[in-house]
Ligand binder design. Structure first.
Ligand code: PMP
Length: 395
């Protein structure tokens, strides 16, 4: 006999709960900003990807409302039927300008962008060299493509070179791609793109950088590829419109031919209704703001540097992050969970990250300071950290 759905769900849920892996979801009672409201309590929020505070910014809300009035709430169709409104074209032109490429394509999310873009180009005749800490959407996109997936030890350029050589010389593959996050979201480290590009040139690799956490943050806002001055060397500059940009959506920026191809082979683009006009208008406004006001990005870095230094000064072990992502390493998984609960009880909302998201024994609290936190909020958060750290015997 096969298993019933009821049995599968019942056993699965019970097993997750037993292992402490069943996460409940907190519901916000007001907008997602530097202070959030959960269960009637206001908490200092150190958990969002809303790096620049754009998710609730007046200029973006006004653009969203105006576009909704003009174009309606929905696009009405998938892009290639008649769901391409002028505003979608405008957004793609703006992304290309932002990234310094010939063209760009917008998808409905960063996740489905990776699923669609990787599988549009790579096939079962190909191989993909993928950093072992790449985001889930990259892993799923690689799997969907049917290509051979070759894991590269995290940020290990010798391993990349060895595997690139082996894959290209094997004669087994038509094309080989190297794919990496630009900024790794759990540690805040930055991909070694200059070295990766040298290896890619030597072995003729296709290069794909997912800069979800780098856009609006690195390179004065223009991203990790721009930070290293490698705009002409990376084939796929992928990013999201959901983190620093503050809205929703994903994109690839690249050559006109690459974008032409993705527009006929990117399956979420072809078969899922396009972004809402309001979201598109808000994204355009966000990109204009970042390009015109690098000081917003400077404020983000100033706040993050301030917060990191204060946490270190009171005795916490802060991961060697090169970006505003500020992970406080605690080690033990149970301790990490307990620490996070104590933070919330004391008015600070920051998320515990434990195995399997990160290796066993490296449990951490991931803090995401933003441009809109005041120094007083960050000071208060450090005071709470210090109190909880002492109570739990960490510092
Ligand atoms: N790539 C990376 C590296 C990410 O961190 C995320 C967001 N968690 C995504 C892709 C997916 O982006 P989105 O939330 O826009 O779907």
């Amino acid at each position: 006999m096969t298993k019933t759905l009821e049995a599968f769900l019942h056993e699965g849920l019970a097993s997750l709960k037993e292992q402490g892996l069943y996460n409940t979801i907190d519901v916000l009672e007001a907008h997602n900003g530097p202070i959030i409201k959960i269960n009637g309590r206001e908490l200092i929020n150190l958990a969002s990807n809303n790096y620049l505070g754009f998710a609730n910014r007046d200029e973006l809300k006004a653009a969203d409302q105006a576009a909704t009035q003009k174009w309606g709430v929905g696009a009405g169709a998938v892009r290639p039927i008649n769901g391409t409104l002028q505003i979608h074209q405008d957004l793609e032109a703006k992304i290309a300008e932002f990234k310094g490429t010939e063209a760009a394509i917008a998808f409905q999310s960063g996740f489905n962008c990776n699923m669609g873009a990787i599988s549009a180009v790579m096939t079962k005749n190909d191989a993909i060299l993928s950093d072992e800490l790449n985001h889930a959407s990259i892993i799923d996109g690689c799997r969907l493509s049917g290509a051979k997936i070759i894991r590269i030890k995290h940020q290990d350029m010798a391993d990349l070179e060895e595997k690139a050589k082996a894959a290209t010389e094997s004669g087994l593959y038509e094309k080989v791609m190297y794919i990496t996050d630009g900024v790794f979201s759990m540690d805040g480290d930055v991909a070694n793109l200059p070295e990766a590009v040298k290896i890619a040139e030597k072995y003729q690799l296709i290069t794909y950088v997912d800069d979800a956490h780098g856009s609006g943050v690195m390179g004065h806002g223009k991203g990790t590829v721009k930070h290293f001055g490698l705009q002409d060397k990376i084939d796929f500059q992928m990013g999201t419109l959901s983190k620093a940009i503050g809205v929703v959506g994903g994109y690839v920026a690249g050559t006109q031919e690459l974008i032409d191809w993705l527009k006929v082979r990117g399956r979420p683009f072809l078969f899922s209704t396009s972004l809402t006009p309001g979201s598109v208008a808000a994204c355009i406004t966000a990109l204009d703001l970042i390009m015109a006001h690098p000081e917003y990005v400077d404020q983000l870095w100033e706040n993050a540097d301030y917060f990191k230094a204060k946490l270190k000064a009171v005795g916490f072990k802060v991961a060697k992050s090169e970006t505003p992502i500020t992970p406080v390493i605690l080690g033990d998984e149970q301790l990490t969970q307990k620490f996070s609960q104590a933070l919330v009880a004391n008015g600070v909302y920051a998320k515990p990250i434990v195995f399997p998201t990160v290796p066993l024994g490296t449990g951490r609290i991931r803090n995401m300071p933003s441009a809109t936190h005041t120094k007083a909020m960050l000071d208060e958060a450090v005071t709470v950290y210090e109190k909880v750290g002492r109570e739990l015997g960490i510092i």
